[in-house]
Ligand binder design. Sequence first.
Ligand code: PEP
Ligand code: MN
Length: 337
Amino acid sequence: MLVVMSKNASAGDIRNVISLIKSEGLTPHDIPGAIRTAIGVTGNTGAIHTERFAVLPGVVQVIRVTSPFKLVSRETKPENTTVKVGNAVFGGEELAIIAGPCAVESKQQIEDVILKLKDAGAKMIRGGVYKPRTSPYSFQGLGLKGLEILAEAREKSGLPFVTEVLDIEKLPEVADYADMLQIGARNMQNFPLLRSVGKTGKPVLLKRGISATLDEFFMAAEYILAEGNYNVVLCERGIRTFAKHTRFTLDISVIPTIKKLSHLPVIADPSHSGGERDKVLPLSLGSIGAGADGLIVEVHPEPDKAMLDGLQSLYPKQFEQLMDKIRTIAPAVERSL
Ligand code: PEP
Ligand code: MN
């Protein structure tokens, strides 16, 4: 439910509404940046008596939010949410491109690539230090050492970074260093972790689960917003289908659907979906054409020597070419780079 307040509602009117919400055992939520002053209400398991709210001073309208996702929904917040991480703005007119290797492998590797990414126009760096690996015997990431390398690179380049947080145990450490916390596809429905990243208030990059429906994806985001953290960027990274010609099937049609149903920004990952570097350019352009607010792209200084995901990693020169192409097509969808 959404309680819409009059522009002239006093602080006392708003307090009144909030105390009635609480006295009914429900949870009030500020809807930030809304054109209208509105209070979101969650926690109802049965019917709410909306008329009890409608008659309070300062209340203009009480709206039942029909979708299962409440705070994520455009019904609750009609205007786009923008998420700012340094100079990267997700959900604005300018596209936000994140680039970097799959995993941080060494200080040298990051130094060799970061300024090239910056010069090409990347606004943020990516690099995994806690990697979700299919095999427990594979390289699991550099951990704290990797965070220190990324922090040093941020110092030198001025670019903020995103990195995956795999579990609650490591969350304080990762949150201490990272500008944005990535929840990977495999953790999209790790509900305690979602609540915990919500509580940090830090920007979150939430990747869609490998077999998640759109409703499940939205409900995962809802866990983070329900903790009062609206700094959530959704990421379509490909889902599992019968197709064998690609690593995952990039669900481009989900991008305009997300834009229609939710106020949250959405970016695409052409690297993990395509699985091969020659698919990265077409999938990137298609995603931007479909309305994506940005991309997360794997780039490695020497892809042939990469410890992880080398086949899908671009050479720095190819990333430059990709950015040039994006600059050309962005105006066709009223965007810039
Ligand atoms: C990644 O971005 O490093 C990653 C592991 O992606 P995903 O969770 O989408 O597989
Ligand atoms: Mn990867």
